[in-house]
Design a protein around this ligand. Structure first.
Ligand code: LM2
Ligand code: CA
Length: 485
């Protein structure tokens, strides 16, 4: 993240033109103007199990206009047949034909997102292939556990003499990286032929415009293997390794920092602990081990943690919303929002027809959604994605605290008050560096992108002061690009 040199003096509105009779001698009255800053996109969103046409549409309609930086996809390669979501994580071939769409649809989605200014990060499942004895994949590929035509044969997989060949002991590095994760056929990712097959697959995605990769199950590959694969890739894709931190284990996210970035699981777990306790100010000091901010991808939840309940999720209703405000307001890492569907059983797949995931239609927001409802949680926070893009790297100003509520400036770009009290309203009068003006709340439902989206700002900054009423378990976020003329 790079600090913007100076607010780009884009003139969005001109106010205070006093009617006057122009004469040759009058000097024009200086016209107060509202300067806006050039937003710098930062926030991403994981659109879990969204099909490609739905991702493309979301880029155009929501993510682009609201200054999202990137979308994180579910796996694109051919996978085993089944209604569960996790069939996506059992590759059968590297054809881009899956329950989420065809190769053509994928390619079109990427270019649609790019036109909207949104980058695309693919989920690269490269540690393993399928976890079943064999069968026919969704694109018709016939396979057995250790045979994938045109790609891999038995010699390309690790063998292990643990029970079932599975990983049992997470304190043994070699076992974690060379035995099977839940029976998933474990590729010899250190071998040159295996590496070159993986590289061809990832390069194929790059050739379709993909900007980067989530490295699925990175912990289960030696960091040297991942490094060697990444070194052979075309272009310079963004790399985000998934290495779930467990303090007792020998493999740590820090081991993967020379390759690129990592997901900051510790931050997600810490947020889950501090929101219910109300110690919201502690969110401002979050950090994942020794991972520097520029290499940390932070999140409140993902598809795994919302199922194993290691983090907050939509099931936590207003606590989850507060955690998302904290994630976006604090300065560490690159925030990734999450968008999934409601479920009762952890295996339950997304709504689908004949093996293909249905187009996403967002359900009406509710604290008690029906299973299969597309939650579109990220839409609730869309205005906040723009807030983050506008506040940029501006530092956190003086902290205001009252009970479980906190508030602070982000330089002279933005201000936020988050009320984590479950029943108390707050209404602090804050000192602020924000320029005078009438502001709207970016944490409310998403701004449309229309010119008049803040026609009548209700938050008045005057002489460096602003009063900010905030109801329980919600937030008010102001920024300089969301002001009335
Ligand atoms: C990941 N990151 O490292 C993914 O984020 C996670 O969602 C994947 O697990 C995992 N690694 C493997 O890529 C999911 C899911 C598992 C599921 C696997 C494979 O959480 O439950 O395992 O995908 O589809 C399923 C069954 C399991 C079975 C296995 C093999 O739940 O009981 O093991 O398939 O057939 C015998
Ligand atoms: Ca492995």
């Amino acid at each position: 993240m790079r600090r913007l040199a100076l607010p780009l003096a884009a003139l969005v509105a001109v106010v205070g033109c006093s009617p006057s009779t122009p004469t040759a001698t009058t000097t024009p009255t200086p016209t107060p103007s509202i300067l806006s800053v050039e937003p710098e996109r930062q926030v991403g969103v994981q659109l879990f199990q969204w099909n490609w046409p739905s991702v493309g549409r979301e880029c155009t309609e929501v993510l682009g206009p609201n200054q999202f930086a990137f979308v994180l996809l579910s796996p694109a390669q051919e996978h085993i047949v089944g209604e569960q979501w996790w069939t996506s994580y059992q590759p059968v071939s590297y054809q881009l034909e899956s329950k989420l769409g065809t190769r053509d649809e994928f390619e079109e989605m990427v270019s649609t997102c790019h036109e909207a200014g949104v980058k695309v990060i693919a989920d690269a499942v490269i540690n393993h292939m399928a976890g079943i004895d064999g069968g026919t994949g969704v694109a018709g590929t016939e396979f057995t556990h250790y045979e994938y035509p045109g790609l891999y044969g038995p010699d390309d997989f690790h063998t292990c003499d643990t029970p079932g060949g599975d990983i049992v002991n997470y304190v043994d590095q070699q076992e974690v990286q060379e035995c099977e994760l839940s029976n998933l056929a474990d590729l010899r990712t250190g071998e040159p032929e295996v590496q070159s097959t993986i590289v061809s697959y990832l390069d194929d995605l790059t050739s379709l415009g993909v900007d980067g990769f989530r490295i699925d199950a990175a912990k289960h590959m030696h960091h040297r293997d991942v490094q060697e694969i990444v070194d052979q890739l075309s272009g310079d894709p963004i790399i985000i390794s998934e290495v779930i931190r467990a303090s007792s284990e020998p493999i740590q996210p820090e081991d993967y920092l020379e390759i690129g970035s990592v997901f900051a699981f510790q931050v997600a777990k810490d947020l889950a602990g501090l929101v219910p306790g109300g110690a919201l100010h502690r969110a401002l000091d979050l950090k994942d081990g020794q991972v520097p901010s520029e290499q940390a991808y932070t999140f409140v939840t993902n598809h795994d943690t919302e199922r194993n309940r290691q983090t907050l999720s939509y099931k936590d209703a207003d606590k989850y919303r507060v955690a998302n405000y904290l994630l976006l307001a604090q300065p560490y890492g690159t925030p990734v929002l999450y968008s999934g569907y409601a479920f009762t059983d952890r295996d339950e797949g997304a709504p689908q027809t004949d093996g293909g995931v249905d187009d996403v239609e967002c359900a009406t927001p509710s604290d008690d959604p029906a299973p299969g409802d597309w939650l579109c949680q990220h839409r609730t926070d869309a205005g906040m994605a723009e807030w983050v893009a506008v506040v940029g790297d501006e530092p956190i100003g003086d902290l205001w605290r009252e009970g479980y509520a906190i508030g602070f400036d982000r330089g002279d770009r933005g201000l936020i008050v988050i009320n984590g009290n479950s029943t108390l309203d707050v209404s602090p009068e804050l000192t602020t560096s924000l320029p005078d003006g009438a502001y709207c709340n970016a944490a409310d439902l998403p701004p449309s992108g229309a010119e008049d989206r803040c026609a009548d700002g209700e938050f008045i900054v005057a002489d460096g002061k602003v009063t900010v009423p905030v109801s329980p378990m919600s937030a008010v976020a102001l920024h300089v690009n969301l002001r009335s003329a």
